[in-house]
Design a protein around this ligand. Structure first.
Ligand code: AIR
Length: 420
């Protein structure tokens, strides 16, 4: 496996086509996904909002839906036909779901890939599991992206302090050290601005124990800092044969959580084309069946991929109202052997997330906003920073729509609540 962006890129240069895949990302996608008739059952591993919106699309197409999730009456189970209440990695429960369904899919990436492989002879899993493995590990992910001829930040793998001191010289400051597996929302990440920050790594909870034993240093990736103009993403879908991308959108995050998406991103035609091309290259590389979103940085020098999500994505929720085929329809069509087409953006749009702390105020102000399309995920526990719903506004002027939403005061940070 290449252990740096340079190694991965030189591997890409040797490749004959953009479809060359890394050894970590061999796709199992069948060359075509069988046509699933109405009445067939789709099993979804994971029952959160993404599963719920997948299920809503699947229901109108006439499919039955089974959900596997540990929380009874979870968001997806509320709109599905049956639920198996169990942990995601409970092999017996996954087997039960497989036996009751014609196709299995998943709605988040930390699903146990081995557990799914275990039932591959009982049920079709069009997405395959290699895409899961490739996106569960940052080194495998970056290797795959580079092997498709797509640009990432410069990176090096790091497995000890000695290696860290050596590789930071190659990458330069500022850089970001991330554990290769298991980090989320900024956890397992350390920004290195100066050589003094190496000391912070040495004493950190994540890497600090390695002083006693080299073996404890978690396999990590050191990434060069990307000087970006703004963050963006592109969602692509396909059935192993044909691939189509939604337009590039602009994202704003607060506290590492997506806050707003504006669609389409205001970029030159050249950047919009670059986004579509890279999305299609990644999809071809995976022989994608289903949906993938590439999270990107828009720099003065073009697009740089930050990470991939092998599922529908928060930044494409706007497609429900704004496109002639939304990302959940696209996902279900892609795994159910339905014909695909290039999605059309019918109107520019803005999406804003509703977190636990915003619920009451959104509910109170909804009667004054006929332009809001309010989505509620049916979660009972409105915790701070938990995604509870979203609002989409169709508008000819996304910047003004964002300003109008912010003017409601609902999304202002309140220090008392932020401390929770
Ligand atoms: N999800 C998965 N990866 C990223 C996101 N946002 C969605 C999935 C998952 C849900 O978030 O739908 O099931 C979990 O939300 P919560 O609030 O229960 O943690």
């Amino acid at each position: 496996m290449p252990t740096s962006s340079e190694a991965a890129q030189s591997q890409a240069a040797q490749a004959q086509s953009s479809q060359i895949k890394s050894s970590q990302a061999k796709s199992e996608t069948a060359s075509s996904v069988p046509y699933l008739k109405p009445g067939a059952a789709i099993g979804i591993v994971g029952g959160g909002q993404l599963g719920r919106m997948m299920a809503l699309s699947a229901k109108y197409m006439g499919f039955r839906i089974g959900i596997l999730d540990p929380t009874e009456d979870c968001p997806a189970a509320q709109v599905g036909d049956f639920q198996i209440v169990s942990d995601y990695d409970d092999r017996e429960a996954i087997k039960q779901l497989a036996e009751r369904c014609d196709v299995l899919t998943y709605e988040f990436e930390n699903v146990d890939a081995d557990a799914l492989d275990n039932v591959a002879d009982i049920v079709a899993i069009p997405q395959g599991t290699e895409i899961l493995r490739a996106t569960q590990d940052r080194i495998a992910e970056k290797t795959f992206i580079n092997s498709c001829g797509v640009k990432t930040a410069r990176w090096e793998s790091v497995e000890s302090f000695e290696e860290l001191s050596e590789k930071i010289e190659k990458i330069g400051y500022p850089a970001v050290l991330k554990t290769s597996r298991g980090g989320y929302d900024g956890h397992g990440q350390q920004v290195l601005k100066t050589p003094e920050d190496l000391e912070t790594v040495r004493t950190s909870d994540v890497w600090g124990n390695a002083g006693q034993s080299e073996k404890k240093f978690p396999v990590s990736i050191l990434e060069g800092f990307v000087d970006f103009k703004f963050e963006a993403s592109v969602t692509v879908f396909g059935d192993g044969e044909e691939y189509f991308a939604f337009p590039l959108v602009k994202n704003v995050h607060k506290n590492n959580i997506l806050h707003t998406t504006s669609a389409p991103a205001e970029v030159s035609d050249e950047i919009a084309r670059q986004a579509e091309n890279l999305a299609l290259k990644l999809a071809q590389g995976f022989k994608l069946a289903g949906t993938v979103t590439a999270e990107l940085f828009v720099t003065s020098d073009g697009l740089v991929v930050n990470e991939l999500a092998p599922r529908p994505h928060n930044s494409a929720h706007y497609t429900i109202e704004a496109c002639d085929m939304d990302q959940f329809d696209a996902h279900i069509r892609s795994i159910a052997g339905r014909p695909l087409r290039r999605p059309k953006l019918l109107s520019p749009a803005v999406m804003i997330n509703v977190l636990g702390q915003h619920c009451e105020a959104v509910c109170a102000q909804t009667p004054e906003h006929p332009e809001w399309n309010v989505h509620d995920y049916g979660k009972t526990d409105a915790k701070y920073n938990r995604k509870m719903g979203h609002i989409t506004v169709l508008t000819e002027n996304p910047a003004r729509a964002v300003r109008d939403l912010e003017l409601t005061g609902i999304w202002e940070e309140r220090e008392d609540k932020a401390a929770n």
